[in-house]
Design a protein around this ligand. Structure first.
Ligand code: FMN
Length: 384
């Protein structure tokens, strides 16, 4: 039977006994005897007993001769009792649990304890995370992950190149990486990277690990992406899936929203998001913003800035928005410089980048003309 299928009460009892046996050798109150169970579950009776001796517990199906103690109850009440949620006395008073024989014999079973020592992996919500701008050191190295599936042929690149120029002018090293040019296999969800010492099953077989190491060494990571179906393109989502090894599988969270402790020892790193989209209103980025805020929290990398440029295709394809296009690109460069020098983008610069380009009516008219022309004349998609 697969561990994912619904188990029967006998199978649940079997896994409980396995867990208890792991603790039994060090348990102080080991005694020989038998605990007989009569469980009712889904209009059926499940009869089994646990045989205890000095070394071992064994589950058997059926009735035992002269059990030391007998418990009759609904199987769910037994689960509540054994997990400590149901007090045995209260269980007897409410007649959920019916005991016969030597009740104290239950002490023969160790408490179902799962305590392990993972103190060295405690989650720390650092001062830097709480206020990355106040506690900042000017970043020396910046990586821009361009996640446009159209890589250098996309509009994302047009904005990002200016942003990178500004970063460079402020004195930081900047590298732009086109995610779609790398071979990154899809995460299979095998947990290999969390459990096995030799990491991900694809290490050495694709380009991810090299990128992962690069990202871990950068002071600032800029994610530049077009909006796809109200979120990130799948290549970027896969990059984040493959990045779960940044954190431990353990959970010892001291933050309100639970998360895993940091595994990659790279504090004082920051994250910036730059995204463009086709529709012209900024509200299109709402879901993406929420997703990135969650990623920033879960990966312990504060998100210090976001820039959202809606109507990107319109901006480049409408001759009447040339002036705005020029102003926006100039301000992308300015934003890059400000970000490195102050840790923030000036509100005025940001307003210029995110400015409204046209009204709704004009936007719809021009956009429909654009697509009609492409369809009618079967234009090559690389031309826009
Ligand atoms: C598959 C796909 C899904 C898209 N989904 C959205 C969307 O949900 N909202 C939106 O405003 N634009 C959407 N767009 C438009 C892109 O965000 C826009 O064309 C952007 O400028 C593309 O960037 P690029 O040229 O760098 O590839 C989508 C484009 C594609 C190809």
């Amino acid at each position: 039977m697969s561990s994912k299928e619904l188990k029967s009460p006998y199978e649940i009892m079997q896994s409980m006994v396995e867990i208890l046996n792991a603790q039994y050798s060090t348990h102080k109150e080991k005694k020989a005897g038998i605990i007989q169970f009569y469980f009712s579950h889904k209009n059926q009776e499940w009869i089994c007993y646990v045989k205890a001796d000095e070394n071992h517990l064994e589950l058997c199906v059926g009735t035992a001769d002269s059990p030391t103690v007998t418990l009759r109850c609904d199987f769910y009440h037994w689960l509540d009792l054994s997990s400590g949620k149901l007090n045995p006395v209260w269980g007897m008073i409410t007649r959920k649990l019916k005991f016969e024989g030597q009740i104290s014999f239950f002490k023969t079973l160790p408490k179902l304890g799962f305590n392990i020592d993972i103190k060295d992996k405690n989650d720390t919500h650092t001062d830097f995370e709480k206020n990355a701008v106040k506690n900042r050191k000017p970043p020396q190295s910046v990586i821009i992950i361009n996640a446009s599936p159209r890589s250098s042929n996309g509009y994302t690149k047009q904005f990002v190149s200016r942003f990178a120029e500004g970063i460079h002018e402020a004195g930081a090293n900047v590298e732009e990486i086109y995610l779609s040019k790398l071979r990154i296999k899809t995460c299979t969800g095998c947990w290999h990277c969390w459990i096995k010492e030799n990491g991900c099953i694809f290490d050495g077989k694709d380009d991810f690990y090299e990128l992962f190491e690069k990202v871990n060494h950068a002071d600032m990571i800029v994610y530049a992406l077009p909006l796809y179906v109200d979120g990130m393109p799948s290549i970027l989502k896969n990059y984040f899936d493959r990045s779960v090894r940044r954190v431990y599988p353990y959970i010892c969270s001291d933050t309100k929203k639970m998360r895993h402790p940091r595994r990659v020892d790279r504090k004082n790193q920051t994250m910036v998001v730059f995204s463009i989209c086709g529709f012209q209103d900024k509200t299109q980025f709402k879901a993406l913003e929420a997703h990135f805020r969650a990623i920033a929290h879960n990966f312990h990398i504060p998100l210090i800035e976001t820039i959202y440029r809606s109507g990107a295709m319109f901006l480049f394809n409408n001759p009447f928005s040339f002036k705005q296009q020029t102003e926006i690109l100039e301000n992308m460069k300015k934003a890059g410089t400000e970000l490195i020098l102050t840790g923030k983008i000036n509100q005025k610069t940001k307003r210029k980048i995110e400015q409204k380009i046209t009204d709704k009516k004009e936007f719809i008219k021009m956009t429909n003309y654009f697509w009609f022309d492409k369809i009618t004349n079967q234009k090559d998609t690389n031309d826009y």
